[in-house]
Design a protein. Structure first.
Length: 134
């Protein structure tokens, strides 16, 4: 009889999320990624030093123009997955999610919410597969 202990990988999520230069304290993209990690049974690390992987989110909702009474905002930035040594294993640019509203701040907030909703698809599958198959 031999006992086998499975060591699940730990992921630390780093995030700087802004709406037109202002930090978003609720970090909608990081919150969504943390939910996906936990939903798949992947452990969160308490620090980068304790992590097998670092998931780095850098995103900002920026003004994209105006049409009539509506102003537009678009999310730009990157999501990267790195190993503990800092090697980049996956990079995804964020650039195609936008929203319109009468108020620029609200347009930016809505664009970030829409981007967070998109994280559960193909991008998450790629990130998940790298983490669990490594």
């Amino acid at each position: 009889y031999m006992a086998i202990e499975v060591q699940k990988p730990k992921v630390f999520v780093v995030s700087v999320e802004k709406n037109q230069g202002n930090i978003l304290p609720d970090r909608p993209l990081a919150t969504k990624l943390i939910s996906l990690l936990q939903g798949d049974g992947i452990q969160l690390a308490s620090s980068e030093r304790d992590a097998d992987f670092i998931l780095d989110v850098q995103a900002e909702a920026v003004p994209q123009g105006k049409s009539g009474n509506f102003v537009y905002a678009q999310v730009v930035g990157t999501i990267q997955l790195k190993d503990a040594k800092g090697n980049v294993l996956f990079t995804q640019r964020l650039e195609a999610t936008n929203a319109a509203h009468l108020n620029q701040t609200t347009a930016g907030e809505e664009a970030m919410k829409r981007q967070a909703e998109k994280l559960g698809g193909y991008m998450w599958t790629q990130i998940h597969d790298i983490i669990v198959k490594r």
